[in-house]
Design a protein around this ligand. Sequence first.
Ligand code: NAD
Ligand code: MG
Length: 398
Amino acid sequence: MASPLQRLTILGSTGSIGLSTLDVVARHPDRYQVFALSAHGQLDKLVAQCAQFRPRHAVLADPARLPELRERLAVAGLGDIEASAGVQALEYVASHAEVDAVMAAIVGAAGMRPTLAAARAGKRVLLANKETLVMAGRLFMDAAREGGATLLPIDSEHNAIYQCLPQPFNDQPAQGVQRILLTASGGPFRQFSAEQLREVTPAQAVKHPNWSMGRKISVDSASLMNKGLEVIEARWLFDLQPERIAVVVHPQSVIHSMVEYVDGSVLAQLGNPDMRTPIAYGLAWPERIDAGVASLDLFQIARLDFEQPDTERFPCLALAFEALRLAGAAPAVLNAANEEAVAAFLDARIGFTDIAGLNEAALRSVSAAFDADSLDSLIAADASAREFARGWLSQHGH
Ligand code: NAD
Ligand code: MG
């Protein structure tokens, strides 16, 4: 039986995940139709994507650039595409009645509102934007449950875990699961000493050994903050207490994560480090489709290594566990501080090891003032953490 056409909204279509998503979509024109595309900067890319995929809507984050987008679409002969901008426009295309699935691939806390709108509207949510779960894990999971959404994790580790859990998976702790083993590449500085870490540059940090990704997540991978954010993400997605989440450094990035069961079985999902695999899985679930990914060559890989993570050199990982222990809005505070810290590092205003310094200071100073009971409280915690970060940066930055 032919599958019915799925209509997609792609939030963050010009980013690394957005491009990989459109690559998979283009391979299956009989299955997927693009309803909306969205971007922040990069109007050229957005207009080119509109020309190729002919969505009904093109949405910008920033309303100030809307006239320019309209103009460019008109010049390209794409005046029939409806251009809009701002958070409400993003929420609109994420929750529209004609949309079946939403790829949530905006980077950072900016992705939270439209991702939440998709969950509330009961969409199939392809969740790449991990910051939404870090910031508002419980609220988001409740919204997805109440809205009847189907959550499919796109983060490769969580996608692997999802594939290794008993199917159909619902968000109750799965029967017989002992713990999950979240793999981490260790990033480009895995073997650097504490002294060397102080001197690393933004250019070195965004060069990941195995994955090609956006700048923010690349820096997070280098600091192991990304693995910390993923621990928090797993805690909510799979309803697991932090003690049941172990991090394993695995430099080859071939095993994308594992699930250990009480009988001693450990199930793993393997594959080349190419995000098109989890994206295709999310798009087609419970079916499987070609993702354009090369076959895994185990003879060429030859060996798989495992190491303990070193939280002395990479304190951001420990800070994530600490944020879960503090509970309430602490993960939202950590996330917001980290976004500011990474932006400052990429601007060469602070050193690499200052990222952890700022994150820790914000976690200790801001967290207790906010709870996680409402979106307003979490947004206030996010704003307060950013304000704290600006103060910290004016003292410690250059
Ligand atoms: P990216 O920086 O390459 O792309 C981000 C996208 O979001 C772009 O389309 C950009 O225009 C848009 N955007 C940026 N700021 C925005 C704002 N304020 N409002 C609205 N849109 C905005 O990032 P990426 O690497 O594609 O990552 C996207 C998300 O997916 C992140 O949350 C990241 O953690 C997650 N993720 C990425 C990968 C990966 O391999 N790249 C893997 C796992 C998870
Ligand atoms: Mg990941």
